[in-house]
Design a protein around this ligand. Structure first.
Ligand code: PLP
Length: 408
């Protein structure tokens, strides 16, 4: 008899975005003439930068000729892209990361989800609450947790984010081996300073732990004092893996390109304390289970680092950040406390009510879709996430509808 992986049955019955989808569909069936404005799921709405499109077309033309056609590429990515990444995203910021420490992939979701499989099943894991759900669910699927009760899985060390700590969790009170951090944060939009991040790096070094640092939103940082990469912090090369994505930065959500940095000096241990290179393990995993990102997509990603590409990417980011500023201004004027939206595309708004009721109220009375904070963890209760990824017109219209709904 074929048996399923029973750990899948522990997963919460409804995934956040499918539940939102169901409620929006029900609303639309009842109000077929009332257009909904979606500020919920964090998907970009604007076209790829011209520089990327141009490079994409050129690469496709190369694929059309036998003499320039390319078949399988290197699993870890073409050197042209890895070198551009190392130079622009790391060396230019004083972070000592080489092209051979970069693994190009088709998404930060896959990488943040897959990375856990190179660590022992009994690894003690610290996960923030609220959190981007993939970190938690992939550990549940792997069997690292017990059952789900009252919004939490047994066997996970939760790092609480709340108004008191500004959604920057405190160091864990009990020992952990693997720590997930995401800054600028999804869902809260919180950012971490270099001094705060240094405390995590020091904790990891003292405890032989590893930090999984998700920097998918670094391009939205405006404040020059904030770190874009964990490798801007001394000692991070020996304790951290970093995840990046072109999805939000350059509009690649549908095109798919991301990368993971695993420094060669990063070690993990056997039960008897023998050190092994994590880079070697990830390389083995990546080349066994992944066959590389398509050549045209990698050329399109490389174009993000051209002079024109950089300017166009900045223009995209600025566009969404103008939306973020408007959302912040309007929600504050309505008396809501909030964080985020200054160095991130997400605004985390205290609702003063339970978050699913507030979600339902905004949908019903304003036709606006947000994301209920409770879907990201128990500490998200009482909050909603509003995303700045939409057109100026839609965000302006959504804010005007919300103003009317909340005032009436
Ligand atoms: N990490 C975070 C924090 C995200 O919010 C997202 C997407 O929303 C991802 C990773 C996934 O990015 P990608 O599109 O590269 O899979």
């Amino acid at each position: 008899m074929i048996q399923i992986n029973a750990h899948y049955l522990k997963l919460k019955a409804s995934y956040l975005f499918s539940e939102i989808g169901k409620r929006v569909e029900a609303y639309q069936q009842q109000h077929p003439d009332a257009p909904v404005i979606r500020l919920g799921i964090g998907d970009v709405t604007r076209a790829l930068p011209d520089a990327c499109i141009h490079a994409f077309h050129q690469a496709i033309d190369e694929m059309a000729e036998d003499r320039s056609f390319r078949g399988y590429g290197p699993e870890e990515g073409y050197a042209f892209l890895r070198e551009a990444i190392a130079e622009n995203d790391f060396k230019a910021r004083g972070a000592d990361i080489g092209a051979d420490e970069i693994f190009v992939s088709d998404g930060a979701k896959c990488d943040t989800g897959n990375i856990q499989e190179i660590f022992d099943i009994n690894t003690r894991i610290a996960i923030p609450d609220p959190v981007y759900p993939a970190y938690l669910d992939t550990n549940v699927m792997a069997g690292r947790t017990g059952a789900y009760h009252d919004g939490r899985y047994e066997g996970i060390v939760y790092l609480n984010g709340n108004a008191e700590n500004g959604f920057i969790p405190d160091l864990p009170a009990e020992p952990v081996d693997l720590i997930y951090l995401c800054f600028p944060n999804n869902p809260t939009g919180a950012t971490i300073t270099k001094d705060q991040l240094k405390q995590w790096v020091d904790y990891a070094a003292a405890n032989k732990a590893i930090i999984l640092f998700d920097a998918a939103y670094e391009a939205f940082i405006r404040d020059d004092s904030l770190p874009h990469s964990i490798y801007e912090i001394d000692g991070a090369r020996d304790v951290a893996i970093e995840f990046r994505s072109f999805s939000k930065t350059a509009g690649f959500t549908g095109t798919r390109c991301a990368y993971t940095v695993v420094p060669k000096s990063l070690m993990a241990y056997t039960a008897t304390g023998e050190a092994h290179s994590v880079h070697g393990l990830w390389n083995r995993r990546h080349s066994t289970k992944f066959n590389g990102v398509s050549y045209p997509v990698q050329r399109a990603a490389e174009a993000v680092y051209s002079t024109a590409g950089k300017a166009q990417m900045q223009e995209l980011v600025n566009y969404y950040m103008e939306n973020a500023a408007l959302i912040r201004k309007e929600m504050q004027a309505l008396g809501h406390t909030l964080i985020g939206g200054e160095n991130s595309p997400y605004i985390w708004v205290a609702t003063g009510a339970d978050s699913w009721s507030f979600f339902d109220m905004l949908l019903e009375n304003a036709g606006v879709v947000c994301t209920p904070g409770a879907g990201f963890g128990t500490c998200g209760e009482g909050y909603i996430r509003i995303s700045a990824f939409n057109s100026h017109e839609n965000v302006t219209a959504a804010m005007s509808r919300i103003r009317q709904a909340l005032k009436s």
